[in-house]
Design a protein. Structure first.
Length: 321
């Protein structure tokens, strides 16, 4: 059975190659994808670039977009922001939604070789969003949520976030959850917040895992459960999310859903502290001052206290978007 599948795929590649050599741009693009990902052929970035280039020169929008991505990321070519943008723009002008979203991002970030142009970014995002691009819909939501290039409008932001969230886009799922949790643009509903956090968390999105852990710790929208809260904080912490690392330190300090372990608490505080998180640095200073999970050390305590004092501890609004 396996050999039969391989044989069929080999025939398909042979047919694809023949069509590509005959100038079929769709076949050239498909062949470029095969070489880019190593599908049924040996991975060969130079050949991927060659076939995408042929199709792109013939006006194939998907190939132009793929070529733009290769230049944007330096995949098999020298990274070249201008070349990437030029190819994205060509594909966008042919109506390719993913390229339109990319062009919008380049204008928003000022990566076009000139200054940022929020107006043009919004125009391209809207075109892509109306064609169903999840990332463009998320970015539209972000722009309305923050009032970037448009009047701030939480209801409109929620509309775009919901559209992208329904397509499985994890950042939009998180932000829709935050909107429900905080009553931004809709009625506060912790159960709905938990549902959207879970959708994003299940995709491995650390910020959603962190926020879902907070809901379980507080019993908001879900049954209160310190053990489950600790599990979600750990998942986020293991991905390097410093707020979750700090929370996991607190969880081990007080034995919330886990066995109390001051040494393990210190380990997680250190993970967050090394990323400049002031609250974690302060807790390390306390640990060294009191000898919790570590031998008392006044010098180290003073060092971490100074580190914490240097941080900007002003409260930041990280909730929306």
């Amino acid at each position: 059975m396996i050999s039969a599948v391989k044989s069929t795929r080999t025939v398909n590649i042979s047919n694809l190659l023949q069509r590509a050599k005959n100038g079929d741009a769709e076949a050239q693009t498909a062949l470029g994808d095969d070489y880019l990902h190593g599908w049924a052929v040996h991975l060969d970035l130079a050949k991927a670039r060659e076939w995408f280039g042929k199709a792109a020169a013939a006006g194939n929008a998907r190939a132009q977009y793929k070529l733009g991505h290769m230049y944007a990321r330096g995949t098999g070519v020298t990274q070249d922001r201008k070349a990437a943008f030029d190819w994205f723009l060509k594909a966008a002008e042919h109506g390719y939604a993913s390229a339109q979203a990319a062009v919008g991002w380049y204008y928003q970030r000022g990566l076009t070789g000139g200054a940022a142009d929020i107006g043009k970014a919004l125009q391209w995002y809207r075109q892509a969003a109306l064609q169903g691009s999840a990332v463009a819909r998320y970015n539209m939501g972000f722009m309305y949520a923050t009032g970037t290039g448009v009047a701030k409008d939480e209801i409109e932001a929620v509309k775009w976030y919901r559209a992208a969230a329904g397509q499985g886009y994890p950042q939009a799922q998180l932000n829709l959850g935050l909107a429900y949790a905080n009553g931004l643009g809709l009625k506060s509903d912790y159960a709905e917040a938990a549902r959207w956090y879970l959708a994003a968390a299940s995709q491995g999105y650390a910020k959603a895992q962190y926020n879902l852990g907070l809901l379980y710790a507080a019993g908001q929208g879900v049954p209160q459960d310190d053990r489950v809260a600790a599990q979600w904080q750990r998942r986020a912490a293991e991905q390097g999310y410093r707020k979750a690392q700090y929370n996991l330190g607190l969880i081990y300090t007080y034995g919330l859903g886990v066995q109390e372990d001051k040494a393990e608490a210190l380990r997680w505080f250190l993970e967050a502290a090394e990323q400049g998180y002031a609250k974690a640095q302060y807790h390390i200073a306390l640990a060294y001052a009191k000898g919790q999970g570590v031998a008392p050390d006044r010098l180290k305590s003073a060092y971490w206290l100074r580190q914490a004092a240097r941080q900007d501890t002003k409260k930041r609004n990280t909730v929306w978007p």
